[in-house]
Design a binder for this molecule. Sequence first.
Ligand code: AMP
Length: 565
Amino acid sequence: MKYEKLADLYNSLGSTTKRLEKTKILSDFLKELKNEDREVLYLLLGRVFPEYDQREIGISNQLAIKAISRSTGIGENEIVKEWKSKGDLGKVAEALVKAKKQSTLNRHELDTKKVLENLRKLPELEGRGTMDKKISLITELLSSASPEEALYVIRTVIGDLRIGIQESTIRDAMASAFFGDEAESASHIQGALDKTNDVGKVFEMVKKGKLKEIKEISLEVGKPIKVMLAQKVKTVAEGFEKVGRPCAIEYKYDGFRLLIHKKNNEVVLYTRRLENVTRQFPEVVKYVKEYIKGSSFIIDSEVVGFDRKTKIYRPFQEISQRIKRKYDIEKLQDELPVEINAFDILYYDGKTLLHEPFRERTVLLKKIVEDRKYKIKTAEQIITDDEKKAEKFFNQALADNQEGVMMKNLDSIYQPGSRVGFMLKIKPEEREMDLVIIGAEYGTGKRSGWMSSFVLACKKGSEFLEIGKVGTGIKEKLGSDTKGTSFAELTKMLKPLVEHEKGRDVEVKPEIVITVTYQEIQKSPHYKSGFALRFPRLKSLRPDRSPSDIESLSQVEKDYEKQGK
Ligand code: AMP
């Protein structure tokens, strides 16, 4: 397919903010889209691979500037100047390519295959001379691009497409293009997306028009799946009301989610962000092989840290570094031991269990997992209809250093990717939420050189709306125990994400997710969300979460309403 055609689509999509219009435009496009061109759907989502494949283009603004400079012959300083005034590196590329008439005269035509081919090489490059090769790959595309195509090539490589398309828009457009807008078909398509994490594959099935096949699409062991999410309740009584009596109540471990896949004696571990973390947790691979029966399975679990000497469970932030660390793994394994608490099973020995009731899934899980405390075991659980017993269990979980409890409906299916009411979480009164950092302010005096106040946002669709600033809960200097988060660390993480600078203020790409605690939500005319947090305090970085996992504006509104009661 000609890249020009895709650029036209981007333009139409970018020209309206109305979701329904976007869906209509996209639906018309999908009707015409040939199966062999289905991979452009990855490009539409700002990616080059399906979502289950976590490789990202990962090009910094600086590198993009170098590529623009090389392909247009304009100096980097000049480009930076233009960028500051236009605020969009894509627009800069567009103008400069336009000015360089020659390139448009004898350019080759660009097609989407070539764009994908070059961009797919980017994440593969490592080591010496990498930067130059990356620049060449982008330059090659820019040299064949029309001004408008250059705009989108640059926006794609820096991960800022600005067309406002999410997976859900593609889902609705598919439903409308091939099944005439039915909510039911959209929900089956969503199910297929959550199971496969491959919008290209789902398109192929949808195009054939067989809804039944889409509905029954199976899980594939080894490929990451989106996990089922929990809803919040305040009290055990409210919980019973929602999930019925009796229900299962489990510890809510203060750790991070881990999906364990096993097939042909090979174990693969994924986080809820679909990152493969198998290498980081060799001991977990061993436990799974030794203590779980079965030749193939997909198990859902929470990884929790504990102190090797005292055997006391530790908060999440203390083991969080194990997720990202790629070196010294053995040392870290020794210093920050973890225990796996399995709590659900999605697939077992050739059979998808998503539609089996939880009561049966949990029985099977207990049958196949051999409990080994401080290694791997099933989550602490009681099944009860009694509020007193539930309260007691809740207190026991807190005394055991965990966050609270989960209440689970015994008849429920497992619905990947959804925040459905089959599983509820209850935590004690202190309120907290996950937000993303979208900006920061450089400090003065003792804190000069560091970013010292951070602008937080919740989400509304694909938008991020400011809801407050946080500067507490962060350390000047880490003590010898290296617990917590320092200004220096946050500054280092945010610097490569800076988009704009104005005086001491910077805007950053929304990537870093943090958990903050707060006392109250207030209405605020100052912030775009319309709300502000009172006394926000950074509790921990959440490298295991992505910006799409953060608190939504509608949840903030609900929380605000509730606290008034
Ligand atoms: P939250 O992250 O606050 O939305 O709470 C839900 C999370 O609790 C899940 O995504 C899991 O990572 C975690 N969790 C801890 N223990 C359990 C459990 N027994 N069952 C389900 N989720 C659990």
